[in-house]
Structures are given as structure tokens and as C-alpha cells.
Design a protein around this ligand. Structure first.
Ligand code: KG4
Ligand code: ZN
Length: 332
């Protein structure tokens, strides 16, 4: 089954062609980051309008990249949520229209399921069961994954998501949007040991997270340093990254210990963070565990994960192939 998948939940327009057996055949992606940068965050109405402009040319590009015509597509898929309502509607409408015109199944995919299964697009493919650490701008969750569609929540953030913690502290440090990569870059020239920041819930027995207190701590330190002191800002960035990464690594290791599993899959935008990748590899090796990541360019939002998740669902008999014109599913 060849699936054409659409992602438009936030500020990336992604279209891809994938199959369960062959994985990703081609994907096309446009990031709106440059457009939203001057506003310091995503402007929903601008996002929707840009998705409308980009989505069909990207679909054409993805099909061309796969060397396929629309007539060779067996199903379409789209991100049904969570996300920005207007933005989601663009992908859902286009997918539904194609499904209607071609009499194809239209498969709604939960955005986080897309992230969750995206490490299966990389080699080596992690086998089920595994623990997934989902770390994006909107979510921070630990899940037990026993197979496609078989997910159990182990723990999650009680307030801010890890990506949000990166973004908000980056803003305090005067860095641009999106904050995660900017803060990580500044942290490279900093000394994390200079500031002692809180590591919320580091030693709690549960698998939940809490990052909102970190903002206040960073704000307090910001007031204590000279804003023009570039080294102090880099040190604070390094300390912030260290605090977030330390908690993520400790809880992920705890999740493996509690479930008795050895494979950890990391997905979502924060999965692109190099310190997190290094620390996880170092923490899991002595436990006989291993961490799996999606290809770096598929860590943040993309169409590949949506097309692929739908292909896996169809193969597992978990997507209703008769879902066509009757249903229109968007859950912001
Ligand atoms: O998964 P994603 O593209 O969108 C959501 O579904 O939220 O994740 C975006 C988040 C943002 O908060 C961004 O700052 C963060 O991922 N991020 C990073 C890095 N790259 C992206 N955070 C830390 N280090 C990075 N290298
Ligand atoms: Zn995402």
C-alpha cells in the first residue's frame, strides 16, 4: 500500500510518500520558521495561509521524488491533531479532497503517533516492545509501545513541555525563535557548571516531568548577570540545557528499569538535541540498553511520519480502509 501523507499541524508543511514495507519513498517539506521569526512565535492565521500556498506544490514534489503518479497511490493520510485548528484543516481538507476524487481511504493520524513511530524509518529499526520518549514543543511523554496502536502512557509533563522549556528560557536569554536550536548553539560555548539550576522531579519515583519552575530560576539568574556579558549568557544557556537534558535522561532510564525493556526510542523536535543524544547513549550503554532516533531531518514535524504511521496502521489492520468521504476528523 502506497500512502500519500500530509502534515500541517503547526509551522511545517510536509507531504510524503511511504509504504510499510519500503519505508519512506520521498518527502517534501517547507518550514515557516523564517516567516514567524519576526513575531517571536507561530502566528496561527499566517500558518494556515502559508500551508494553503505550499501544500499542493509539495504534494507534487513528493510524488515526483517517489517517481509515482497520484493514480498509483493506495491511500491518503493526514494529521488529525493535536495542533492549530486552521492549520490542521488545510492538510485534512486536501487529503479528504484527494480521497474523494480518487475513491481512496483517508486515514486520520494522531500527530504524536507519527512522531512515536518515526524512529522506525531509520536503520537499525527498533523492534517492539520499546519505551518512547516523546519530546516536542507541545508534549513530553514516556510511553510503552508494544506494537502499532498499542501504547500505554507511563508518565508526562505536569506543566511545560521540554521543547517549551527550551523555547521559553531561550526567549529570556534574548534568543530568537525557535529557541531550542538557538539555545543549544549558544550552550556550546558555555560552562554548564557555573550555574546551579533546579532539576525538577529528578529523584521522584514517578515518570512525570515538570519544567515550569526552570523558567523562574533562569529569570532570577538573568537578573543577576550583566545582560551584555556574552560568556555569562552562554554559561546560563549551557546550564539550562544541562538541567533539561539531565531530567529527560534520568526519567528515560527509570522508565526502562521499571518496564524491564532495553530499547528507548526518542522522537519529537527536542530529539534533535545533540547533548540529549550523547547523554542517553552514555546512560543506557552500561544498562545494556540502546537509544534509537529518527533521521535528524525527521525529528521535527514532517509528512514522512504521517504517511508511514498510516501505512503501518493499514498493514496492521488498524486503519479503516472504508474511511472516505463520510468522515472528516480534526481534533485540535
Ligand atoms: O516536534 P516539533 O517539531 O513540533 C511540535 O510538535 O511541537 O518540536 C519543536 C520543538 C521546539 O520547542 C524546538 O525548540 C525544539 O523542538 N527543538 C529543539 C532542538 N531542535 C528543535 N530543542 C532542543 N535542541 C534542539 N536541537
Ligand atoms: Zn511535532
Amino acid at each position: 500500500m502506497i500512502v500519500l501523507g500530509f502534515e500541517s499541524s503547526c509551522d511545517e508543511t510536509g507531504v510524503a510518500v511511504a509504504s510499510a514495507g519500503r519505508g519512506l519513498l520521498a518527502h517534501a517539506l517547507h518550514s515557516q520558521i523564517d516567516m514567524h521569526r519576526e513575531y517571536g512565535g507561530v502566528v496561527p492565521e499566517l500558518a494556515s495561509r502559508d500551508h494553503i500556498r505550499r501544500i499542493l506544490p509539495l504534494a507534487r514534489q513528493a510524488l515526483e521524488g517517489a517517481g509515482l503518479s497520484l493514480a498509483e497511490v493506495d491511500a491518503v493520510a493526514y494529521t488529525a491533531g493535536p495542533g492549530l485548528a486552521g492549520a490542521l484543516l488545510v492538510g485534512a481538507s486536501v487529503a479528504q479532497a484527494i480521497a474523494w476524487a480518487r475513491d481512496l481511504p483517508a486515514i486520520p493520524i494522531h500527530h504524536l503517533e507519527g512522531h512515536l513511530l518515526s524512529p522506525l524509518l531509520a536503520e537499525p529499526r527498533p523492534a517492539f516492545p520499546f519505551v518512547a520518549l516523546l519530546v516536542s514543543g507541545g508534549h513530553t511523554q514516556l510511553m510503552r509501545v508494544d506494537g502499532v496502536g498499542r501504547y500505554a502512557l507511563l508518565g508526562e509533563t505536569l506543566d511545560d513541555a521540554a521543547g517549551e522549556a527550551f523555547d521559553k528560557t531561550a526567549k529570556l536569554l534574548g534568543l530568537g525563535y525557535p529557541g531550542g536550536p538557538a539555545l543549544a548553539r549558544l550552550a556550546e560555548s558555555g560552562d554548564a557548571g557555573r550555574f546551579d539550576l533546579p532539576r525538577p522531579k529528578l529523584h521522584s519515583p514517578d515518570l512525570d516531568f515538570s519544567f515550569s519552575g526552570l523558567k523562574t530560576a533562569v529569570l532570577t539568574r538573568m537578573k543577576q548577570i550583566d545582560a551584555a556579558d556574552a560568556q555569562a549568557r552562554a554559561d546560563l544557556a549551557a546550564a539550562t540545557q544541562d538541567a533539561i537534558v539531565s531530567v529527560l535522561v534520568a526519567k528515560a532510564a527509570k522508565a526502562l528499569a521499571q518496564t524491564g525493556l532495553q530499547r528507548l526510542v526518542v522522537a519529537g523536535g527536542v530529539g534533535a538535541n545533540r547533548l540529549l543524544r550523547r547523554r542517553l547513549a552514555a546512560a543506557l550503554a552500561p544498562l545494556g540498553g540502546a537509544a534509537f532516533f529518527p533521521p535528524l531531518e525527521l525529528c521535527t514535524d514532517n509528512g514522512a511520519m504521517i504517511a508511514f504511521a498510516a501505512a503501518l496502521r493499514l498493514r496492521a489492520g488498524l486503519a479503516d480502509p472504508s474511511l472516505r468521504r463520510a468522515s472528516f476528523t480534526v481534533r485540535p
